[in-house]
Design a protein around this ligand. Structure first.
Ligand code: A3P
Length: 315
């Protein structure tokens, strides 16, 4: 395993000086790198992973924009693919936050390979847009699960989250200012529309390669989509497993109400920036109605129509 040795602070500073930048959500700036707005702390890991990572045919890559349900997807995919290994009563998800079980690709070069998700099928997560994925992810037989969420809820979830992750010395980021940034595409790994569109197009062209899931569908019809997810990943539930209620039990284990109340997610910390509890806020569809003014809704609808209208995207 390499660390980020090939990308020291000096190289980072030089690279950042060349990139367009905007005010950030939880860092002073976001930088436009390869067409997406990148948090600078992630950049060395992204570059390093793009140099060293090589996908295997059995790998499963979880691709999400931040705040679209990444934590939930990690839990579900881990539980589905490892269901032969663990009894539900002694499951790693009961004592570990999902982010500690399924790593982000940009952290992989810093991790030990004794992580349970490194046994095939290896599980990795990424916020990168489809076009920025490592070539071996695109060309190998590995599968990609993309989970997207309606842009209004993604924004509100992001605003709440980054408020907590934002260092005090940066001062507050108002809802209005954050909203303006979001509508201009300035959001970690965004613009929103480029992110979803890349995966949407690929899922139409190669449905066996990319599964396009929506948070709202998963929420409203969890069992159907968990079953679909398992089949896509090549580990379909057998009729017997289904009869025994395993789909239901896995869905319950990974549900918002269950994960949120676990000690590890109430008091633990998996990342240096926020406590685990920040990943579990309300877990609902449509919370944006409590925050966005009619003018804001109109502006965002217009942007989405302009950018995604005619794409056939199911929003
Ligand atoms: P809210 O802020 O709207 O509550 P991410 O995991 O990509 O950071 O996304 C976080 C969002 O997913 C938060 O949304 C969080 O509450 C929600 N979430 C986390 N775990 C969930 C689960 N098991 N089921 C449904 N939603 C979940």
């Amino acid at each position: 395993h390499q660390d980020h040795e090939c990308f020291d602070d000096d190289s980072l500073t030089k690279l950042l000086a060349l990139l367009p930048k905007e005010k950030g959500w939880s860092s002073p700036h976001l930088y436009l790198y390869n067409g997406f707005w990148c948090p600078p702390a992630h950049l060395p890991g992204i570059i390093s992973a793009n140099r060293h990572f090589k996908a295997q045919d059995t790998d499963i890559i979880l691709a999400t924009l931040p705040k679209s349900g990444t934590t939930w997807l990690k839990a579900l995919v881990f539980a589905i693919t490892r269901r032969q290994h663990y009894a539900l009563s002694q499951h790693p998800l009961l004592t570990s936050n999902p982010h500690d079980l399924v790593p982000f690709l940009h952290n992989v070069t810093l991790l030990n390979d004794d992580l349970p998700s490194f046994q095939p099928p290896r599980l990795f997560s990424t916020h990168l847009q489809y076009c920025s994925l490592h070539e071996s992810i695109k060309s190998s037989g590995c599968r990609i699960v993309h989970l997207c969420r309606n842009p209004h809820d993604t924004f509100i979830s992001g605003w709440h989250f980054f408020k907590k992750a934002r260092p005090n010395d940066l001062g507050p980021l108002s809802l209005e200012e954050a909203f303006d940034m979001y509508c201009r595409g300035v959001f970690g790994y965004g613009p929103f529309w480029d992110h979803v569109l890349g995966y949407w197009k690929e899922s139409l062209e190669r449905p066996d390669k990319v599964l396009f899931l929506k948070y709202e569908d998963l929420k409203c019809d969890t069992l159907v989509h968990v079953k679909r997810l398992a089949a896509f990943m090549g580990v379909p539930f057998s009729a017997e497993e289904e009869r025994e209620g395993l789909i239901k039990e896995i869905s319950r284990l990974c549900s918002f109400s269950n994960l949120k109340e676990l000690e590890v997610n109430k008091t633990g910390r998996s990342t240096p920036f926020v406590e685990n509890k920040a990943f579990f806020r309300r877990g609902e569809v449509g919370d944006w109605v409590n925050h966005l003014t009619p003018e804001m809704v109109e502006r965002l609808n217009k942007v989405i129509e302009e950018k995604l209208g005619g794409s056939g995207m199911p929003f």
